[in-house]
Ligand binder design. Sequence first.
Ligand code: GCW
Length: 678
Amino acid sequence: AEDGYDLWLRYRPLPADSATTYRANVSQLILPDATPTQAATRAELLRGLSGLLGSTPSVSTSVSADGAVIVGTPASSPLIAGLRLKLQGLGREGYLIRSVSVGGHRATVIAANEDVGALYGAFHFLRLVQTAQPLAALDLRQAPHVQLRVLNHWDNLDRHVERGYAGESIWDWHKLPDYLDPRYTDYARANASLGINGTVLNNVNANALSLTPMYLEKAAALAGVFRPYGIRVYLSARFSAPIEVGGLKTADPLDPQVQRWWRDKADEIYKVIPDFGGFLVKANSEGQPGPQDYGRTHADGANMLADAVKPHGGVVMWRAFVYSHEEPDDRAKQAYSEFVPLDGKFRDNVIVQVKNGAIDFQPREPFHPLFGAMPKTPLMMEFQITKEYLGFATHLAYLGPMYEETLEADTHRRGKGSTVAKVVDGSLHKYALTGMAGVANIGSDRNWSGSQFDQANWYVFGRMAWDPSLKARPIAEEWTRMTFSNDADVVKPIVEMMMGSREAVVDYMTPLGLHHLMGNGHHYGPGPWVSGGPRADWTSVYYHRANRDGIGFDRSASGSNAVAQYAPPVAREFGDIKHVPEKYLLWFHHVPWDYRTQSGRTLWDELVHRYTHGVDSVKQMEQAWNGLDGRIDAERHAQVATFLAIQHKEAQWWRDASIAYFQTFSQRPLPEGQAPPA
Ligand code: GCW
């Protein structure tokens, strides 16, 4: 069935004429299969090429005709050893793909230093065929720019996925370790096709039971499935586990018994998972336990765990998403205030994981001020792939432009051009450890991600984790070609839809720098009126601050002065209402309703205009998609069409509810041509 299960690895037959051309370039495969990774590489190439070309290429040991594809490492393939390719600089995971001549025959070589590099190269080669690229004169070199490219699953042991909109967790803990659902292999293939090399299996709001022998055995079984695909398993560690499952009285990181407990635990884990990646930790945030419960710092906590995994080569990914409602200051400032003083105090196998923005995965946030501000501590990016604040699975929002916007942002910490991407890839501060995490949108739905288009968000995350300088548009095109069609009449409208989709969501939910206006708790649908409740920083009124005078959160020098956490040129830009980019206007300023915006409209009129524009953009997406009826298989077309209709209805809901609510403050009429809320 065309239900989307195959993701972007569809391998459906190419049109007859191009299949003929490709067959001439892929007449035989020469590749080893002595190791599990080699076997996986061979299986993928056979599966992909036979699907795409309509016939299975022969596997041989020597080049006997034009069109051989030779895959491997100097150690695994005598042919590759003989070619004396320049593999230096490719590292463990890099590869090259090159058109060569062997014994007078045209051939393509996919070569790497290690098996996993050859696997990545094989996926790249398949992608070239899938996206209808020429194979005649190839000369490609690729190596990842980021070391740890990991998915974070917020999956609970009862299979509920926190902020998951694609069904229950794919980890079937009950049937593990003995039953290995074939889906685990498909998960590994999909990740390896992007170069994702790590997965944190359990929620950062962690259950200490995941560290008990019974669950470790299950995690080890998954690690066994993923290993041939170059993917390591990590676990979220609950900081109070020494108490909960260790029977200790404290989890104080400076207590020798606690330190010993974690060391023993690490030893135990590495016995069953020898290549265990390490721990991810959410501590002293949203009520989670942490070192501050004992008067210790984040560094004390992280270093204790780092010492425990160090002898085994493990790392600790310590999250900077910390805030507490007991802290009266602007929530946006808290992570920076707590972490910057700790710069240089972490062990060398600790990496601090920072969300893209300082609040929480909003449709649009300015880059987190921590990026660039901790030159002596490796920082990794945390993006959210699951769309907690962007309409869950039914609203189409391609997140490539959002990731790109953050990665391109200039921190100015080492002068102009000090982009977030250069912090993340380590080049700005010469970090020895680099990483990018994505909060997964994966569940048991047949289509994995809850919708067809949400697969693109998994895809673009993986591609940008490999190389943070990649751009959203070419990745959207690549994904569309693999997922839907190479036909220009299909590719073009879909890429346009995707590229405009996130901006549409920003417009109908949180235009002009507004943020956190979603329904309380679930975060679905409009709730700008949300107030009261257990904590101010979970209410919308805390963030929009609308009153008779105007709207927006003053984070300039006259307000919380959060702008001072940025480098001076950025602080000046954001802190000055005349210079702040309009997309961040109400993030940093409380602005009078009659303020003139760049369009010449007053702020109130501009706000209404943006809300309406968001709805109109969804209408256009709907029309574009409906125009593709018959060009895409009926099952996927119908599902997307229905989801777009839902999105259209709900964009209107967002607009009408938001305008009606804000109008109670602005006390101004709707601008001309803007229908009153239905
Ligand atoms: O985005 C918020 C979510 C919480 C989440 C938290 C976090 C895992 O609403 O569900 O908890 O952030 O990132 O820790």
